[in-house]
Each structure stands twice: as structure tokens, then as C-alpha cells.
Design a binder for this molecule. Structure first.
Ligand code: S3P
Length: 447
């Protein structure tokens, strides 16, 4: 049998050059906030209702792990309803909890399970099983849990301990996933858990805990601390649109919206929206309109217009505030005038794929001039050609290259796009709705 005939069929996007994108888009609910509302409302006493929960595979995996832990979770009709069991009410699962592609789900759940008086195992897909987990296992061990990884990666086996010991801990990287895992463990620790970070990172967990009645203290967003509360109050809330999903349309608008593109109801929490500062420094024309607060988070409508972008040096301390937006920022940089330098972004190598290596390869396949360094890229702006590239199963890389289709000379074929459903199941339809020439197809297989 030919090797080819054994290869699995792969989903692909084919994106044709277009002259213009326009109109209005709405993106689905924020992934980070969706994970956190599901987890924390599971630990609350009573029932919570959450509008705008992201029905992407990652958040659905967290919801299903919670069901396996004995929590009533219902996601019918786009609203999440959770019957919280209280801080002491989780039940031992029957088998391993599979978090699919989701690093957030795995690391935050590790923080919850560290204090449960039972054994559990967290696993995931091939990409998740290759991502670093000692960074979360180490401090949880120091708090008293028994945590085993397989050579530093998942599966993670946890035998929880209650109560945990509070910890004063300095994170090795400015990571909101680690900070959140330790805050969640700190909810069931004796004493005050203090987490120090080398930089700011997204603060959704702190905001949500406060709205559930927990006194989380924070100083300059870089030192946060918590003590075990008696209980968490259930919530009735709405999740804003995901800035990281909006970022694709923001760049599409900068590249190809002479009449402007409006992205409605986007979360613009300053610990998430660093891309706005970066593209503004590049000359991007962006207006944030109708600023308001939704579910304790700042929200706005973003109006973006075609702009003459120029290359810049991105300040390294802005990196954690735009960490998930680099794939699409790299595309913007490749279409700008002049050189863009990104440094201090080594963390990108540990995401759903090695986002420095995979983006460099993809941009080169489209004719861009890119130098790859250990902690970033130097990108010479110009005109992208068409071509074929592989997103290596990384949702954000697949969507970033689809946006490159608004500016390239020839069609772009992007292989390995199935994981787009982890964060943005409707991307293809919404992108086509504002004018992108995108088709979803299947390539290869044994047929
Ligand atoms: C996330 C934090 C970030 C981000 C990820 C979601 C979160 O990871 O890349 O997509 O929800 O806390 P790190 O905290 O590891 O940087």
C-alpha cells in the first residue's frame, strides 16, 4: 500500500485575494473567561447562569471534565448553566480527564484538583501532551499535592491534599495560566497564597473571584494574593467577545477595509489588548467606541480602517499583553513598510505549536523575508505572494494565514485547519461574511 493512501484527510482553507473587507462582525465569547466561569461556578454554592459562553472545543472539554467531577453543567442554547457543588463538593472521576487541545483547561484544573482528596489524571491531544507542565506541577507540589508528570508533560497524575499549604511563589514566566492555577489552589490552602510575576498577565481570574465574593489582593497586577474564602457566590453574568478572535478581523481591517470594519462587543481588558498599542504604534487607524463594563470586564466596539502600516520594534514588556495575537501580528508585519522586530517572546514556542518556527516557515512559503531568533522574529515587510503552507494543527496560525489572504497577490492554501474549532468554530462563515474569499476544503486522505 502507498504511504499516501494511508495518510488521513486534512481540513484546509483556500483563501483568494480580495479587494475589500467591510461591514460588521461579532466574534464569539472569550475563551479565557469561559474556562474560568465554568470552573469557578462549579465551585460556587448554587446555580450560575452565563451568557455568551464559548462553544469551542477547548471550553467544551473543560465543561465535560467538570461533569466527570460530578458537576451539573448544561451548555444548551449558548448559555452555560452550572449547578455549583461548593469548594468541597467535587467527586472522584471514573477515568482520565481529557482536555483535548486546551492548555488553559489543563493547567487551571490542575490547580483545582491539587486540593481534592482523591486521585485524578489529566490528559489531552498530541499537542497538549507536548507542552510544559512542570511549571504548574512544581508549585502545586510545594503546596503539598502529589503531582506526577511524564517527563515534564501530560498526562499529569494528581493526588490532592486538603488543606494545601499556602505559598509565596515567584513565577518563572508572566503566565496567567500558572497564576490562575495557584490562585485556584490558594482557595483551599491554609494561610495567604502570594504569587509574584515577572510581568503583567491577564487578570480575568482575579476579576471573577472578586465578583464571587473573594478578597483577591493585587499590587500593580504583578503580585496577587488570596486566602481561602468560606464559599464562592454563584454568578449571573455575560462573557464579552474574545479579543483574540477579534484580532484577526482587526488586522483584516487594517490591511483591506478602506471604508472601515466594525467589530462589536469585544473585551478590551488592558491585560489582553496589547495588540491595540502595537498596531497603533505601527500606524494603524483604530477607534474604540461605546466603552462599557460587561460582567466585570471592559468591553468596546472596535472600528478599524485600512492603514499604511510601518515596521516597529515591539517593546518586550508588551509581549505578555498580546501573547495570543502574535501569529496575526506577524502577518501584519509582513505586509507593513520596513522592518518589525519582536524579541522577548520565547513563550510563543510553547503554545499549541511552536509559533515562532511555524509562522516563520509559513511566511517564507508566502515569499516573506524573515529571520528567526530564539525569542522572536525579524520581519521585513513587503508584498506577500500566494502559496501553500501548514498550520501544524494550530488554530491561531490557521486563522492568521487566512487573514494574509486579504493582502496576498495569489491564493493561499492552509493545511491543518481543523483545530480552528477549539476557539472559533464559526470563523470561516464570519470571515466570508465580511468579504474574505475563504473556502473550507479537505485535502488528501485514502479516498
Ligand atoms: C491563557 C493564558 C495565556 C494564553 C492562553 C490563554 C489563559 O497563556 O496564551 O491562550 O486563559 O490564562 P500563558 O498564561 O501560559 O501565557
Amino acid at each position: 500500500m502507498q504511504a499516501d493512501s494511508l495518510s488521513a484527510a486534512r481540513q484546509a482553507f483556500v483563501v483568494h485575494p480580495v479587494r475589500e473587507v467591510s461591514g460588521e462582525v461579532r466574534v464569539p465569547g472569550d475563551k479565557s473567561i469561559s474556562h474560568r466561569t465554568a470552573l469557578l461556578s462549579a465551585l460556587a454554592e448554587g446555580s450560575s447562569t452565563v451568557k455568551g459562553f464559548l462553544l469551542g472545543d477547548d471550553c467544551l472539554a473543560t465543561a465535560s471534565a467538570l461533569r466527570s467531577l460530578g458537576v451539573g453543567v448544561d451548555v444548551e442554547g449558548g448559555d452555560l448553566r452550572v449547578q455549583g457543588v461548593g469548594l468541597d463538593g467535587l467527586r472522584p472521576p471514573d477515568g482520565p480527564l481529557d482536555l483535548g487541545n486546551s492548555g488553559t483547561g489543563m493547567r487551571l484544573l490542575a490547580g483545582v484538583l491539587a486540593s481534592q482528596p482523591f486521585a485524578s489524571e489529566l490528559t489531552g491531544d498530541e499537542s497538549l501532551r507536548s507542552r510544559p507542565m512542570e511549571r504548574v506541577a512544581n508549585p502545586l507540589r510545594a503546596m503539598g499535592a502529589d503531582v506526577e508528570t511524564r517527563s515534564g508533560t501530560a498526562p499529569i497524575r494528581i493526588s490532592g491534599r486538603y488543606p494545601l499549604k499556602a505559598l509565596d511563589y515567584t513565577l518563572p514566566v508572566a503566565s496567567a495560566q500558572l497564576k490562575s492555577a495557584l490562585l485556584l489552589a490558594g482557595l483551599r490552602a491554609r494561610g495567604r497564597t502570594i504569587i509574584r510575576s515577572p510581568g503583567r498577565s491577564r487578570d480575568h481570574t482575579e476579576r471573577l473571584l472578586r465578583s464571587m465574593g473573594v478578597a483577591v489582593e493585587s499590587r500593580l497586577d504583578e503580585v496577587v494574593s488570596v486566602r481561602a474564602p468560606g464559599r464562592l457566590k454563584p454568578i449571573d453574568t455575560e462573557i464579552p467577545g474574545d479579543f483574540s478572535s477579534a484580532a484577526f478581523f482587526l488586522v483584516a481591517g487594517l490591511l483591506a477595509a478602506p471604508r472601515g470594519l466594525l467589530i462589536r462587543n469585544v473585551g478590551v481588558n488592558p491585560t489582553r489588548s496589547g495588540l491595540l498599542s502595537i498596531v497603533e504604534a505601527m500606524g494603524g487607524r483604530i477607534e474604540t467606541r461605546a466603552r462599557r463594563i460587561l460582567g466585570g470586564e471592559p468591553v468596546a466596539d472596535i472600528f478599524v480602517s485600512r492603514s499604511e502600516l510601518r515596521g516597529i520594534e515591539v517593546p518586550p514588556d508588551w509581549v505578555p499583553l498580546a501573547i495570543d495575537e502574535f501569529p496575526v501580528l506577524f502577518v501584519a508585519a509582513a505586509c507593513a513598510r520596513g522592518t518589525t522586530v519582536i524579541r522577548g517572546a520565547e513563550e510563543l514556542r510553547y503554545k499549541e505549536s511552536d509559533r515562532i518556527g511555524v509562522m516563520a516557515a509559513g511566511l517564507r512559503a508566502l515569499g516573506a523575508d524573515v529571520v528567526e531568533n530564539a525569542d522572536g522574529l525579524v520581519i521585513e515587510g513587503g508584498k506577500l505572494q500566494g502559496g501553500r503552507l501548514d498550520a501544524q494543527g494550530d488554530h491561531r496560525i490557521a486563522m492568521a494565514f487566512a487573514i494574509a489572504g486579504t493582502a496576498a497577490r495569489e491564493p493561499i492554501e492552509i493545511l491543518g485547519t481543523e483545530q480552528v474549532s477549539t476557539s472559533f468554530p464559526d470563523f470561516g462563515r464570519i470571515a466570508a461574511g465580511c468579504g474574505l474569499g475563504i473556502e473550507t476544503t479537505t485535502v488528501g486522505g485514502d479516498g
